[in-house]
Design a protein around this ligand. Structure first.
Ligand SMILES: [Zn+2]
Length: 488
């Protein structure tokens, strides 16, 4: 009894220990990948991180279109404000388009102006939410948050998520390689400028000073010129007609900035802000920016995607069309083959009988007609005898005898009992216990020849010259004599 009680107890204890071991092992295994992810970033991310840390600009490949005509891209920062309507009136009157880098904070306060910018056909860029340098350039996360916040405001008012971004104060001494790289990862295009109107050098820059600055600026093929339409920039509004007329006279066109225009970007200079980005923070920012890019494809991405989709559909349709055509071709070929296979073979023996060979009996193989030996010989009135012991078939026709040797695949031809030829006949084969032979060779062996053959898609006919059997009977003696006289 005792041992019977003890045994299950032991078993339960063993089971419990086993479960603990299983649990420990699974905990250990489960914790391993998590640990690895904490300590090690993706090697390619690590490499990127190192390059950016060294101040290297890692630009993604983009293609741009250079306009034929020299072009001015008027840009207005820090709005919209009460002044924006005046700017828009002038642009309307001059019939030129511009780009407005708006602050989220200002857009929220002046939604009507923002709407009019869009309605009038100008472009909108993002200039962050509140323009406060100390916040924006203390770390990328804050900059990023402001871009998102401003974008949400703009999107709520006009339904646009601007792809173009202008850094408050410009990127010089503000951006580092990380800022540029992460903004590009998110799909944004950073826009600095190559002509500064100087309208924000200090408060209330006089009109004439702005005018002199613009006139003294270099004339590039594409000019991205910085103005401001924020509060306090009355001078900018006043100088604007003069500036537009100046560039017009020089032959410039005016256009909005787009993702097709090569952006003006300052080279990286040492930031005046002290910042530190850890690899872990960098990895986190890459995740955020890339997730954003996936969720918000840019207009050109959408165009590209649509183009790719269209191309894929076109290729698929072409492949389908091809497959369909091929199928039809094959079906047609099969129809022809089936039709041909169903054709009887008309046989004319010149001066003799005419008969038809059913399609099930003969076949067309490698351009020659093959049919059972017995069938052919008997059709001609001859006889076939089978010698099972030697595996030979004897076909007798008139003065001819043919011995088919199945073992050696050969034919011995006898004329009047005398062997006159020996062929090795690779074409000879057995099918359903019948010896299958080629028609032409067999007829020739019987002293005849094929005089004509018609192998049309819908008609098959063979004409042959072959001495009829009665000829041999009537001329037996003469044949014998002439044959032996010839020494055959
Ligand atoms: Zn600004």
């Amino acid at each position: 009894m005792r041992s019977q009680v003890k045994a299950p107890n032991n078993g339960r204890l063993r089971f419990q220990i086993m479960m603990v071991v299983v649990l420990l092992v699974s905990l250990l295994i489960g914790s391993m990948p998590a640990k690895a992810a904490d300590n090690e970033a993706d090697p390619s991310v690590q490499e990127t991180f190192g390059q950016l840390q060294a101040g290297k600009r890692l630009k993604s490949e983009r293609t741009y279109v250079t306009p034929e005509q020299p072009t001015v891209y008027l840009t207005f920062d820090d709005g919209p404000s009460k002044l924006t309507n005046q700017v828009l009136d002038i642009l309307d009157k001059e019939d030129v388009k511009a780009t407005f880098f708006v602050l989220g904070e200002q857009a929220k306060a002046h939604p009507a102006e923002l709407k009019r910018i869009v309605k009038d056909g100008h472009a909108i860029g993002n200039h962050t939410y509140n323009h406060v340098y100390k916040e924006l350039y203390s770390d990328f996360q804050t900059f990023w948050n402001q871009i998102q916040r401003s974008e949400d405001v703009i999107s709520n008012i006009v339904g646009i998520r601007p792809q173009l971004v202008r850094a408050p104060g410009g990127t010089a001494t503000n951006f580092d390689a990380y800022y540029f790289y992460l903004m590009e990862q998110a799909g944004y295009i950073m826009e600095d400028w190559n002509v500064d109107s100087g309208d924000s050098k200090r408060a209330n820059v006089p009109v004439n000073e702005i005018w002199q600055t613009v006139k003294a600026s270099p004339l590039d093929h594409e000019i991205n010129i910085l103005f401001h339409d924020g509060t306090g920039h009355e001078s900018s509004v006043q100088v604007l007609p003069q500036v537009i007329s100046y560039y017009k006279k020089l032959g410039y066109a005016f256009a909005t900035l787009t993702d097709q225009v090569k952006p003006k970007q300052f080279a990286i200079t040492k930031p005046k802000w002290s910042r530190n980005m850890s690899l872990k923070q960098f990895q986190g920012m890459i995740d955020q920016t890339q997730q954003y890019a996936v969720a918000h494809p840019s207009p050109s991405d959408l165009v590209k995607q649509a183009e790719e989709k269209r191309l894929a559909q076109k290729l698929e349709a072409e492949a389908e069309e091809k497959a369909k055509a091929k199928k039809e071709e094959e079906a047609e070929a099969a129809r022809i083959l089936a039709k041909q296979a169903a054709l009887p073979l008309q046989v004319h023996v010149l001066g003799g009988n005419t008969f038809s060979i059913e399609p099930s009996i003969y076949k067309l193989h490698a351009n020659q007609i093959e049919l059972p030996l017995r069938y052919l010989i008997e059709k001609m009135g001859g006889k076939v005898a089978w010698q099972a012991d030697t595996k030979t078939a004897n076909a007798h026709y008139g003065i001819y005898d043919m011995d088919y040797d199945l073992v050696n695949r050969s034919i011995s031809l006898f004329t009047l009992g005398k062997q006159t030829a020996y062929y090795s006949l690779a074409d000879m084969n057995m099918q359903d216990n019948q010896i299958i032979v080629p028609l032409r060779k067999t007829i020739v062996s019987l002293g005849g020849r094929i005089t004509n053959a018609v192998m049309d898609p819908d008609y098959r006919e063979v004409s042959m010259a072959l001495r009829p059997l009665h000829f041999f009977k009537e001329n037996n003696t003469i044949l014998k004599n002439s044959l032996f006289a010839m020494g055959g």
